[in-house]
Design a protein around this ligand. Structure first.
Ligand code: FES
Length: 146
């Protein structure tokens, strides 16, 4: 801002107060605008996710991994089948877990149960878990969208 030799003391104080008010308004509006405009989706969902090597998952084990932004549960069943399902409970979005002792997928939040195909079999979950495809290529395990 160029120096104005005609600027009086009152004018200088007005400029200072005006700047302060403008800064205060900006600090109020900035978070509101950032809240209303959603951020760009930087972690887009991948087409394929490598889970790991077959040997890392003994029969009866499971692992929760991120598929893009969504958690999925990968299960190696005692019968030797590989499964991958959404790990977010369809009731209130808690993360589910594989319970080998029950032979089911269980949600600890409200005792919801799903069978190993992701079908809701008891408790409050209203819908089945989304299924993913598992592919074993040589010794590596990959998950893709079904
Ligand atoms: S959130 Fe899973 S049963 Fe309620």
């Amino acid at each position: 801002m160029p120096f104005d030799p005609k600027l009086t003391r009152r004018g200088f104080v007005n400029v200072l107060l005006g700047g302060g008010v403008a800064g205060w308004l900006a600090s109020l509006l900035y978070p509101v605008v950032k809240y209303l405009i959603p951020p760009e989706d930087v972690a887009a969902e991948p087409d394929v996710l490598k889970i790991g090597a077959k040997g890392e998952f003994p029969a009866g084990s499971s692992k929760i991994v991120k598929f893009g932004k969504r958690p999925i549960i990968f299960i190696h069943t005692p019968s030797g089948e590989f499964l991958a399902l959404a790990a977010t409970c369809t009731h209130l979005d808690c993360i589910v877990q594989y319970r080998k002792d029950m032979g089911a997928i269980w949600c600890a939040c409200h005792n919801g149960k799903y069978d190993l195909n992701g079908r809701n079999i008891s408790g409050p979950p209203p819908k089945p878990l989304e299924q993913y495809q598992v592919k074993v290529i040589q010794d590596d395990i990959f998950v893709t969208r079904a």
